[in-house]
Design a protein around this ligand. Structure first.
Ligand code: FMN
Length: 161
């Protein structure tokens, strides 16, 4: 199996998640590639012919980060245009902690559907339902205390899809 993991990041938290996933999935038989979205074109990703596609990134101003939104949309479009259906796909996202000062439109609960809409474009036979979300303290992190537990569950669910 070929596994492609693509992320966006500003402060490094999503890089940490993506590399953690890659490390856990690496074994003798699978080929795992992990890339910052700006370091791989969707055409290069297409030519890799992944079986499994995992992607994630931060929410920004109540939206999916622009970089991962554009990247995943283009990649999904390329797959669809060529009639390719991946074996499996899953998505995660990071966001700040909701407080009484957080405007509603910036809250994860209101942004999750935008990630789901993006994920909906990805053609895959088996898709992990929903979006696995991890919060970060402040803007720059660190990741929430239980992030490795959450991401291990994410990995286990993807493996068992
Ligand atoms: C310009 C900007 C806008 C942000 N907007 C939101 C937001 O609307 N809601 C939220 O929960 N977090 C928001 N955040 C926090 C980011 O989600 C957080 O910095 C990110 O998840 C950290 O991941 P990274 O280290 O991979 O960049 C924002 C961060 C920045 C820099």
């Amino acid at each position: 199996m070929k596994i492609l993991i693509v992320y966006d990041t500003k402060y490094g938290n999503n890089k940490q998640i993506a590399e953690f996933i890659a490390e856990k999935l690496r074994n003798a038989t699978d080929e795992v590639r992990v890339h910052y979205a700006k370091d791989i074109s969707h055409k290069q990703a297409f030519e890799f012919h992944p079986d499994i596609f995992l992607f994630g990134g931060p929410i920004r101003a109540g939206m999916v980060s622009f970089t991962i939104k554009r990247w995943a949309s283009h990649f999904a479009g390329l797959l669809t245009k060529n009639g390719i259906t991946l074996a499996k796909a899953a998505v995660w996202a990071t966001h700040g902690v909701f407080t009484s000062d957080t405007p509603e439109r910036f809250a994860w609960k209101n942004v999750a559907r935008k990630w789901e809409a993006l994920f909906g474009k990805v053609p895959a036979s088996k898709k992990l339902p929903g979006v696995t979300d991890v919060s970060v303290g402040g803007m720059e992190g660190p990741l929430e205390v239980d992030w490795q537990v959450k991401i291990n569950e994410f990995i286990a669910k993807v493996t068992n899809l």
